[in-house]
Design a protein around this ligand. Structure first.
Ligand SMILES: [Zn+2]
Length: 320
């Protein structure tokens, strides 16, 4: 897990990655954006045993995954997730795809371990603020080494505690779930189906975007724009705006001529049957797109409407 305090463009930025027991501070001299996180993951992968299944929780795991996809990076195969509270700041599609509450293998891990570390480091802010960068780095390194040693020393008792808590939470949750299921006359399968349905809604709203637009529709669209700009130009009495409109008209006219030449047609008039047909198809598509957009907003609204309850429930769960 990684996180950076202060501006990433500050050469004195300290970047820290953390697993449950260890802390490694790293210092960067350049602003590299997402490359910080990629570099940190590379460092971990270098040291990790090949048999270890690595789960990475990062505040913007969605953006980092998109970055890996764009770069065709093999790190794309890693299991990435968003910290549980940070996830609420992301859109529905991100929450469903990356929240630790939605992904398998994360249990009740909240992924907010970095926030606890920043909270520990906060006490040093008044001491370090007058220091030189080098002294500040020394002091923070000492503090983090102490934090790391303390974590290692406590790991045995902490794991026992966590195990006890996990068993207790599992029993309590199973009991509560059974009661709810019998009160509401639903089965566990129904609940799983609802979850799958919610995932499908996100997939539908993602896939309902643009397909291939036929040239005739592009031509009609340009023709409409051209006519609209010509009307605006005829009514315009401002020289600057008229110049701008004339330029746009010329550009649109050129695009129309190119399409006409390519497809061997004469300029379509408003009563041309082809124009009427493709205009109707285009308007139909626009209406469908609008309805899909409205529907996807409604789904997202309903999803976020349930968020306050989830946040209340999460706050009762044990931390990492
Ligand atoms: Zn996101």
């Amino acid at each position: 897990m990684t996180s950076a305090e202060n501006s990433i463009f500050n050469p004195d930025t300290i970047q820290i990655h953390q697993c449950r027991i260890n802390v490694l501070p790293l210092k960067f001299d350049e602003a590299l954006g997402l490359a910080y996180a990629a570099f940190t993951i590379d460092c971990i992968l270098e040291k990790a045993q090949p048999s270890v299944k690595l789960h990475v929780i990062y505040d913007i795991a969605c953006t980092l995954t998109a970055h890996f996809k764009k770069k065709k990076d093999k790190k794309l195969e890693l299991d990435m997730a968003l910290p549980v509270f940070h996830a609420y700041g992301h859109k529905m599609a991100c929450q469903v795809a990356y929240s630790t509450r939605w992904r398998c293998g994360y249990g009740l891990t909240d992924g907010e371990v970095m926030e606890r570390l920043w909270s520990y480091l906060r006490r040093f802010s008044s001491i370090t603020k007058e220091m030189t960068p080098a002294h500040r780095e020394d002091l923070l390194t000492d503090a983090l080494l102490h934090y790391s040693r303390r974590k290692r020393a406590d790991i045995g008792s902490s794991l026992v505690l966590l195990m006890d808590r996990a068993v207790r939470v599992k029993e309590d949750s199973s009991k509560a779930l059974e009661e709810i299921c019998s009160d509401c006359a639903v089965s566990l399968k129904d609940i799983k189906d609802w979850r799958e349905a919610e995932k499908c809604q996100v997939d539908v709203s993602k896939s309902s975007t643009k397909g291939q637009v036929p040239w005739e529709e592009k031509y009609v669209q340009k023709l409409l724009h051209y006519e609209q700009r010509k009307e605006q130009l005829a009514l315009c009495d401002d020289d600057t705006r008229a110049g701008m409109l004339a330029g746009q008209c010329q550009e649109l006219d050129q695009d129309l001529k190119t399409l006409e030449q390519r497809h061997g047609i004469q300029r379509w008039c408003n009563d041309n049957p082809a124009f009427i047909t493709h205009l109707a198809v285009m308007k139909g598509k626009q209406q469908v797109a609008l309805i899909q957009k409205l529907w996807s907003h409604a789904v997202e609204y309903t999803f976020f409407w349930t968020c306050p309850k989830s946040i209340q429930r999460d706050s009762l769960w044990p931390p990492d």
